[in-house]
Design a protein around this ligand. Structure first.
Ligand SMILES: Nc1ncnc2c1ncn2[C@@H]1O[C@H](COP(=O)(O)OP(=O)(O)OP(=O)(O)O)[C@@H](O)[C@H]1O
Length: 344
């Protein structure tokens, strides 16, 4: 069931000549976690603020839980939208206990704010800490308080701006999983804004990727990563190799050798083969049809990245296991397991 719909939403700020959000349409289902990603200035925060009611679009409409919250000049005010918001810096009241922080927005809205606040803090794993103050908590715990405060009034949608950016790398993996679990347990629909592709890929049901205000693609993490609709989306999730190749009846010829593949019959002129470093298998035997000369190996602990070159000087990067030692200038034999074929 659709809970949020944006239809042809445009937003241009005063004294700017480009749209911050340009003709964006998408829908979010109930209980879904959607991440908005894109480089700095792509319009993520503006989109979040439009949904929250902190900005008004120039055109288009937004509906939430079956009600148009923005259309034309009409707009439901931010405080009447039933939207929960978690800010990047958590925005907790430092002089209030955790319990009072969560109770703050509930007064006058529910019959027993105290019980609901305690239940929600317990839900986020903070039942021992009701009377503590925010400064007595870790970053991850503070974030859970902010989350409890946002979900306690049962919002139609939860908006989180860069939820993981203030956490260090070790804490991040754990917090990401905790937050996803809490959100899934409560069944709340959530939109995260993030510029971190790992955060988006690991926490979201779907990801929407923006570029210069335009929505490029909205899809599951796997589909976005494996079947990007264009080069921008592909490279946003980590660099991919692009190789010119000539189609024949049985496959494609490239500077690194021959790749057997039936799709070659669909093409009559040079194509671009696109694949990520991890879509390549480096082989021990020299019986492979593809090879290149090793220019450089970069060690990452759990794998190494080999930069290899064909006879014409074209380079690609391929991933190999960490423990094999390759000599510089050695011939590296490989097969490409999965690749996309693009017309030029
Ligand atoms: N209040 C404002 N007034 C004028 N221009 C703005 C305002 N807020 C944002 N912009 C512009 O709108 C565009 C989109 O900005 P937005 O903050 O939505 O992007 P973002 O993807 O969230 O970026 P970041 O990751 O850096 O936060 C940018 O070109 C930005 O300069």
């Amino acid at each position: 069931m659709t809970i949020l719909e944006l239809h042809r939403v445009h937003k241009k700020y005063l004294q700017t000549d480009q749209f911050a959000v340009n003709d964006v349409s998408f829908q979010v289902d109930k209980g879904e976690i959607l991440s908005l990603v894109g480089e700095s200035g792509s319009g993520k925060t503006t989109l979040l603020r439009l949904i929250a009611g902190l900005e008004h679009p120039d055109s288009g409409y937004i509906s939430l839980a079956g009600q148009k919250i923005v259309e034309g000049k009409k707009s439901v005010p931010a405080n009447k939208r039933n939207v929960g918001m978690v800010f990047q810096d958590y925005a907790l009241f430092p002089h209030l206990t955790l319990l009072d922080n969560v109770k703050f927005g509930l007064k006058g809205k529910v019959s027993d704010p105290d019980k609901l606040a305690k239940d929600t803090l317990s839900l986020v794993g903070l039942s021992e800490n009701f009377s503590k103050y925010p400064h007595q908590l870790s970053g991850g715990q503070q974030q859970r308080v902010a989350l409890a405060r946002a979900i306690a009034p049962s919002p139609s949608i939860l908006l989180m701006d860069e939820p993981f950016s203030n956490l260090d790398t070790i804490l991040k993996d754990q917090v990401r999983e905790e937050i996803r679990q809490i959100i899934k347990n409560t069944g709340v629909t959530a939109i995260f804004v993030t510029h971190d592709t790992r955060d988006a890929l690991s926490t979201s049901d779907r990801i929407a990727i923006l570029h210069k205000g335009y929505l490029q693609q909205i899809d599951t993490p796997r589909n976005l990563y494996e079947f990007p609709v264009n080069g921008y989306v592909a490279n946003f999730f980590g660099r991919r190799n692009e190789l010119l190749a000539t189609p024949t009846k049985e496959g494609f010829y490239s500077g690194f050798g021959f790749i057997p593949d039936e799709r070659s019959r669909l093409f009559y002129s040079q194509v671009r083969l696109c694949f990520r470093p991890e879509n390549v298998r480096v082989e021990k035997t020299d019986q492979q049809s593809m090879c290149g000369k090793l220019l450089k190996s970069t060690y990452f602990g759990d794998h190494q990245l080999l930069k290899i070159q064909d006879e014409e000087g074209k380079t690609i990067k391929v991933r190999a296991n960490a423990h094999t030692i390759f000599e510089r200038d050695a011939l590296i034999f490989f097969t490409v397991k999965q690749f996309q074929v693009e017309e030029i």
